[in-house]
Design a protein around this ligand. Structure first.
Ligand SMILES: [Zn+2]
Length: 351
């Protein structure tokens, strides 16, 4: 078996605060004399049922961390550490998701908040050797007009290079709001050339996946695993070229599936879905990118199948064709290497 932390891959579903290292959170809590909930320090990942109360507990823990992010320095630290951690796990491209709204009051507004994250992404690209690009995500818990404001802001920084905004997302409790209310925000983003990257098919099933696909025209679906419950729908998602950002540990921690073995990865792959395994919120779930590939291995995937899974993550990312070609060749090199020892694959320059 080959070392999965050296398998080249792209990380396409990672939230800004949820990417924070636990040590960083502890530093911030100590500096501000904040008591952290036991779920952070007892060594056990958060686990909640997939109902409103469970989601509320998850959000409360997430908010504890978010409320400690009150300076530009901390924002830059989070992006850089996320990139360094990704680089150590074979990631070649990180597309980190942020809603700048929460941090805007501390740094002089929405525009500076986003500019800090983008500049940090450019810096992290140089320092980590992996490409770091940004997805601006609106929250379902806020008014859809706020999402339009965010989409206009995101549009001003649209690009495909590291340190630019490459997509527009919609996160938080999938059960909140009417999906079509966010259609105008996604239209603004689309006109600017941004990819549509909403969450969907995690807490809600096929019906809602259909709503998200119809209203928001996703390039990729955040999660999308519940599309597996309706084979015809899954086939249409695959035929439409919509990739799925599948986060097995997150699904288990948020009660969507009882165990990682219940995550329908095999079904998705059998239907030809292009899957990018991702960690979602490693701070809360205590499981990072390579761990998701380890789970896939435990589900019975061979190294050949795991390499194909990683190719899916590269194909699904929004990097330049030249970068993608390079990383796909590096995956071939990983697979061509010996199975019982580590294969040295050079980290790309990220330019
Ligand atoms: Zn997410």
């Amino acid at each position: 078996m080959r070392d999965l932390s050296r398998l080249p891959k792209a990380h396409l579903h990672l939230h800004f605060t949820g990417a924070m290292r636990l040590e960083t959170l502890v530093d911030l809590a100590q500096a501000s004399r904040t008591r952290l909930p036991s779920s952070f320090i007892d060594g056990d990942p958060l686990r909640v049922p997939a109902d409103h109360r469970g989601w509320f507990r998850f959000q409360r823990a997430y908010d504890t961390a978010r409320h400690l992010v009150t300076t530009e320095e901390t924002m830059r630290r989070i992006v850089l550490e996320a990139a360094l951690d990704d680089a150590a796990e074979g990631s070649r491209r990180l597309e980190i998701q942020v809603d700048p709204t929460s941090y805007a009051p501390f740094v002089g507004g929405l525009t500076p908040a986003l500019e800090i994250v983008l500049d940090a992404a450019s810096q992290a690209t140089i320092l980590s050797g992996i490409e770091v690009a940004v997805v601006v995500a609106a929250s379902r818990m806020r008014h859809p007009l706020d999402a339009r404001t965010l989409a206009r802001l995101a549009a001003r920084y649209a690009g495909d290079a590291p340190g630019t905004v490459i997509g527009f997302g919609l996160s938080n409790d999938e059960r909140a709001g009417r999906t079509s209310a966010w259609e105008p925000a996604f239209a603004i983003a689309r006109r600017a050339g941004l990819a549509s990257l909403p969450h969907g098919g995690e807490l809600l099933g096929p019906e809602h996946v259909r709503d998200v696909v119809t209203a928001l025209g996703p390039t990729r679906l955040g999660h999308g695993v519940r599309a597996s419950e309706d084979p015809a729908l899954l086939d249409s998602v695959v035929a439409a070229g919509i990739s799925l950002e599948v986060c097995p540990t997150s699904n288990v921690c948020l009660g969507v599936y009882r165990t990682a073995e219940d995550v329908p990865l095999a079904t998705l792959l059998e239907h030809g879905a292009q899957v990018a395994l991702s960690a979602d919120d490693p701070l809360l779930f205590q499981s990072r990118l390579t761990d998701q590939y380890e789970i896939a291995r435990r589900l019975g995937l061979s190294d050949t199948a795991l390499a194909e899974l990683a190719r899916g993550s590269i194909r699904a990312c929004l990097a330049s064709p030249a970068s993608k070609r390079r990383w796909l060749a590096e995956i071939d090199a990983w697979l061509a290497g010996p199975a019982d020892q580590e294969t040295v694959v050079p980290v790309s320059s990220g330019s």
